[in-house]
Design a protein. Structure first.
Length: 119
């Protein structure tokens, strides 16, 4: 499966953005999906994950209550709604697909989309 992330940009602290990740292929609904991010000089970190049918979601503590992951299997797309953005949310955001929601291992990665939060 090929993944294409979009929706990043420059936003002021406290603002909102919605990232999208479009997947190619007809097997999108078989995959759990995740969002990760990597800030300059830091390691890539987990942000959120969603099971194949959207029934289960997981979030990093740093984004709980501010970010919401969702998916539309009819559109082969997963979303990350981000509100109350903070300076520390600045990073390149990546979407990824996994054959197992519980494994924490991701098989396919999209290119990143830059999110920059300014003061």
């Amino acid at each position: 499966v090929q993944l294409q992330a979009s929706g990043g940009g420059l936003v002021q602290a406290g603002g909102s953005l919605r990232l999208s990740c479009a997947a190619s292929g007809r097997t999108f609904s078989r995959y759990a999906m995740g969002w990760f991010r990597q800030a300059p000089g830091k390691e890539r970190e987990f942000v959120a994950a969603i099971s194949w049918n959207g029934g289960s979601t997981t979030y990093a503590d740093s984004v709980k209550g501010r970010f919401t992951i969702s998916r539309d299997n009819a559109k082969n797309t997963v979303y990350l709604q981000m509100i109350s953005l903070k300076l520390e949310d600045t990073a390149v955001y990546y979407c990824a697909a996994s054959t197992s929601y519980y494994s924490g291992s991701y098989d396919y990665w999209g290119q990143g989309t830059q999110v920059t939060v300014s003061s």
